[in-house]
Design a protein around this ligand. Structure first.
Ligand code: BGC
Length: 746
């Protein structure tokens, strides 16, 4: 907030002002107000966030209340729309109440880093995709991820981050999977919860989105999702329940789609009954941008804030609805209370952001560290990896602009690349719909690791030329990519642009071929048997090339494991074609950013809660690579699974049976007794175990009753069934050598 605006409406005598100025001049000054708490008792930090919110609420006029429950329009997001004077040029802006010392809310899109920095000559760190970070299975890495976002949001003057995507991978071709955390509700919920806890730890308001069942982009504003309540609670909603429980987020963003006939942003079941009552969510429900469809219905069914606000549902029409008694004042007060208490709770009133320069080196180091834990080694035939740095050899790098950069995901998760798109550097912001590469060059870092080798790059546009270079080289590394973005789904799991043919051509020319994948989610690999090495690096962020070089040369031993199942083909999925993608409209097949044009359609999720590996197991399908799978340069052994019924814990030993230090993600699964009527196992716990060669460690893992329960729809409550639970431990969802039984008494 600007110095001058802070004084508006406040008696100067009631304030003492402390200025902390990095740069002088009236527009740059950051003021910390020490208000007179006799006039503003809510500034007393000893009170609870709820008490403070109620005190402010008691002083607010109806107009002030209405002002807080909607934004001021698309602003910077839409060309030609006005940008409010005090907006920080983020995705959303809600003016504060100066006279009550309630700050503006400046929201930054920030799924994988702060969006739209270039517009304001600012810098933001691009982190690995959140799906990538979920491959670390490391809650500490997720917390660090969130704290980078929080730190840089603050430095750029934002007090709210609107990331936190936790929609599970029901649809592996979903364009936004890279912004989410995979197919398992416990893993996704835990990682996203920790991430958003990290955001809030920096005194920035946090968010979890898109609530709920927004599992595909095709027809996202018109698709009506149908799923029975038990399945919903045990899958998609469980991910939200866990994330919200951990993060205690400031806001939850309701999604564009409909669920059981009602839009998510006016859905009584989702918002009032589940989110606010069952999950005990205390923050506010914020609409996705233009996902509000009514005034009275939305307000009564649980929406607290309409964004970006230009549809005018929660401005004058809401005021009138309150005056007419259609929306009780108590409900408006509840909306406002939720917003205010979240401001106090996150610390944005007591400790507002102070603009400063983002430290790109610190951000890069953090991003690289997370990437190193996120990269998944999928195949390593004949120990082709790690490469020897001291060797004097010839290496062909092929495709995906590996000479200049690494790929990033698009849409509202797009972070601006420093210096512009590495493949076409021009100053200015990223352009929606155009893939952006970040200046982290695999060629440069691979060459730096192996100075005596001759490393050459070829773009891969001509398969014959690529094969020729591969043939002349001792080793070929083919980079393949799948660019994904909000607003569109991948039409198939196949790599786009005929890249399978490129890999086949290179593999036929050189038996020492390694494939590096830069994908938003799972893809098929018809060439998997013909190459020696496969490395999934996702969208690896600004430290991606360094992280990859460290993995390829063994300075870092890979430890990531897949948070999603990789199918062999689209036919193995519950929906072989993305639902709605085959709908024709105006002569076009929908699926390429045409979501507004698709006619409404029902999408029945017949797989129920059997998402991802659960689907594969229950239908006896063999995937290409299973959930939880990932290799290391060393090997691990598992032994001695003990189960303690009283404490509901499982204990087993993991041993490093190879000759290098490494970290193993040890996974614990449980299959419920037959009364549960489910024919798959569930992930219930895991641990990253760091082991020296020959070293063993005993790990003890909890079995959280929530993760063992079924949702009893008749009682509308979770239920822990009595009976025998099969407990399994091992290295992936399809490699669980240890078995034992947990007995739960009636
Ligand atoms: C996206 C949200 C995003 C918002 C603001 C919407 O299109 O679905 O995730 O936060 O735009 O940019």
């Amino acid at each position: 907030m600007e110095f001058s605006t802070l004084f508006k409406g406040l008696a100067v005598s009631s304030l003492s002002v402390v200025l902390t100025m990095a740069t002088f001049g009236p527009r740059r000054a950051q003021a910390q107000i020490q208000p007179d708490t006799t006039q503003m008792p809510w500034m007393n930090k000893a009170l609870s966030a709820d008490q403070r919110a109620d005190m402010v609420l008691g002083r607010m006029t109806l107009d002030e209340k209405i002002q807080l429950v909607h934004g001021t329009g698309w602003g910077v997001l839409r060309k030609g729309d006005p940008v409010p004077a005090r907006s920080n040029f983020g995705a959303g802006f809600v003016p504060g109440i100066d006279r009550l010392h309630i700050p503006d809310i400046n929201m930054a899109d920030s799924a994988v880093g702060i969006r739209m920095a270039a517009l304001q000559s600012r810098y933001a760190t691009l982190l690995p995709s959140t799906l990538g970070a979920a491959s670390s299975w490391n809650p500490d890495a997720a917390f660090l991820y969130g704290s980078v976002i929080g730190r840089e949001a603050r430095a750029q003057g934002f007090n709210m981050s609107i990331g936190g995507g936790v929609d599970i991978t029901r649809e592996p071709r979903n364009g936004r999977n890279f912004e989410y955390a995979g197919e398992d509700p416990v893993l996704a919920g835990t990682m996203t919860g920790e991430l958003e806890r990290g955001v809030k730890s920096e005194h920035v308001m946090s968010d979890i989105k898109h609530y709920a069942l927004n599992d595909q982009e095709t027809g996202r504003t018109v698709v009506n999702v149908l799923l029975d309540k038990r399945s919903m609670r045990e899958s998609d909603l469980l991910a939200f329940e866990i994330a919200i429980g951990i993060a205690k987020p400031s806001a939850v963003m309701c999604s564009y789609n409909l669920v059981d006939g009602d839009h998510a942003c006016e859905n009584d079941y989702l918002l009032n009954q589940v989110l606010k009552k069952d999950f005990k969510f205390k923050g506010w429900v914020i609409s996705d941008w233009s996902a509000t469809h009514s005034t009275v219905k939305a307000a009564l069914n649980g929406l607290d804030q309409d964004m970006p606000g230009d549809d005018n549902y929660f401005s004058a029409p809401l005021k009138k609805a309150v005056e007419d008694g259609q929306v009780p004042m108590a409900r408006l007060n509840d909306m406002v209370h939720r917003i205010l208490r979240s401001m106090f709770d996150a610390g944005v009133v007591d400790d507002p952001p102070v603009r400063s320069v983002v430290n790109p080196f610190r951000g890069r180091d953090d991003a690289q560290h997370i990437a190193e834990e996120s990269i998944v080694l999928l195949k390593n035939s004949g120990n082709v990896l790690p490469l020897k740095a001291s060797a004097s050899t010839s290496i062909a790098l092929i495709g995906s602009h590996a000479d200049v950069g690494v790929l990033s995901g698009g849409g509202s998760a797009q972070v601006d690349a420093p210096g512009g798109n590495a493949i076409d550097p021009k100053p200015g912001p990223s352009i929606w719909g155009q893939p952006v590469y970040f200046p982290s060059s695999p060629l440069r870092y691979i060459q730096a690791k192996s100075p005596r080798s001759h490393v050459q790059y070829i773009d891969g546009k001509d398969n014959a030329a690529a094969a020729k270079l591969a043939k002349e080289s001792s080793l070929a590394i083919v980079f393949v990519n799948q660019w994904m973005s909000e607003g569109r789904d991948a039409p198939t799991l196949s790599l786009p642009n005929n890249q399978d043919a490129l890999v086949n051509a290179v593999a036929a020319a050189n038996p020492n071929t390694i494939v590096v994948l830069e994908t938003g989610g799972p893809v098929t690999m018809p060439w998997a048997d013909h190459v020696k090495g496969i490395v999934e690096m996702w969208y690896p962020g600004i430290g991606g090339a360094q992280a990859l070089a460290n993995i390829l040369f063994g300075d870092v031993n890979p430890s990531g494991k897949l948070p999603v199942t990789f199918a062999k083909s689209d036919d193995q999925l519950p929906h072989p074609v993305v639902p709605g993608m085959d709908v024709k409209h105006g002569g076009k097949t929908v699926g390429d950013d045409q979501h507004h044009e698709v006619r409404p359609f029902d999408l029945k999720y017949t797989a129920g809660a059997a998402v991802g590996y659960k689907w594969f197991e229950s239908t006896h399908r063999q995937p290409l690579f299973p959930f939880g799978f990932g290799l290391s340069y060393t090997t691990f052994g598992y032994s001695g699974l003990k189960v303690d019924d009283a404490s509901r814990t499982a204990q087993f030993t993991v041993k490093n049976t190879g000759s290098r230090e490494g970290t193993e993600i040890a996974e614990l699964y449980v299959a419920l007794p037959s009364a549960a009527k489910e024919n798959y196992k569930r992930l219930v716990a895991w641990k990253r175990v760091k082991l020296a060669p020959g070293e063993s460690k005993t790990v003890t893992l909890p079995m959280n009753p929530l993760y063992l329960s079924i949702f009893d729809t008749a009682k509308d409550a979770w239920k822990l069934l009595p009976g025998d639970y099969k407990v399994m431990a091992g290295a992936s969802s399809s490699d669980t050598p240890l078995n034992n039984t947990l007995h739960i008494k009636p």
